[in-house]
Design a protein around this ligand. Structure first.
Ligand code: IMP
Ligand code: MG
Length: 238
């Protein structure tokens, strides 16, 4: 277990997230705990945390659990504390990017304590593909004007970065006071565009992930954790 010297983990005992804790939270899973995730923009690429999934999930194409519910919530609480401190009385407008960010948005705003306003935007996504097309359009716009508002964009995952780049551009043209971007996940890939992301929950390997809001062909969003999708699921259809 590599906690990377993160002071927030000081004093935390090895193996604190026990198998018992995991199975309490997800009793339908038979989970084998072999490691823990680093947090705070944690780079989990080389971490050995492999949580076994049961046959039912494997049959649905869930290869392995990458980030557990417990680890997600822990990081989200940390992000919430930072945002509380950053915005104080400014009443930020949190803009959730539909549909993938719904789980993250819901948990993040509940963990925050300052006054805030929420709204959502929907922009075109992959459809049933796992590759970003780079073609982005607004399917649902914000309800209100954002001039002079402080905006927090809440995004599920930054992959190529194209979606976010487009979205930031659209928002900036409306003269907000400022725009900050919080993304739960960011894939480590060399060819991603250099886009503004102010806070990243977890760096993940360049694999297709589902759960906790993230979908493949509309499914898997309700899984309470982030899991790697077995490539055989999408290689058949692409
Ligand atoms: P990008 O434009 O390539 O950065 O992709 C942005 C959007 O694609 C994200 O907001 C997600 O909705 C979706 N996406 C990218 N990677 C994944 C993935 O691994 N699983 C599920 N959705 C993804
Ligand atoms: Mg998205």
């Amino acid at each position: 277990m590599n906690m990377g010297g993160d002071p927030r983990f000081a004093g935390r005992k090895r193996g604190k997230m026990s198998t018992r804790a995991w199975t309490c939270l997800a009793p339908h899973l038979s989970l084998t705990f072999q490691g823990a995730f680093n947090s705070m923009s944690a780079n989990i690429t080389e971490q050995a945390a492999e949580l076994a999934v049961d046959e039912e999930l494997r049959a649905r194409g869930v290869a392995r659990i990458l980030i557990s519910d417990v680890t997600l919530q822990e990081e989200i609480r940390a992000i919430a504390r930072e945002l509380d401190a950053e915005y104080g009385d400014d009443i930020p407008l949190m803009v959730g990017v539909l549909t993938g960010a719904v789980s993250f948005m819901a948990d993040l705003m509940k963990a925050m304590t300052i006054p805030l306003v929420v709204d959502f935007m929907a922009i075109s996504s992959y459809g049933a593909s796992t590759k970003s097309s780079g073609v982005v359009r607004i399917l649902k716009d914000l309800n209100d004007e954002i001039a002079d508002r402080r905006i927090i964009v809440v995004e599920d995952i930054v992959d190529s970065g194209l979606t976010l780049q487009y979205l930031i551009d659209v928002l900036q043209r409306r003269s907000p006071r400022d725009v900050r971007v919080v993304a739960l996940l960011k894939k480590d890939k060399a060819d991603a565009v250099d886009v503004q992301v102010d806070r990243i929950g977890f760096h993940i390997p360049d694999e297709f992930v589902v759960g906790y809001g993230l979908d493949y062909a509309g499914q898997y969003r309700n899984l309470p954790y982030v899991a790697v999708l077995d490539p055989s699921v999408y290689e058949i259809t692409e």
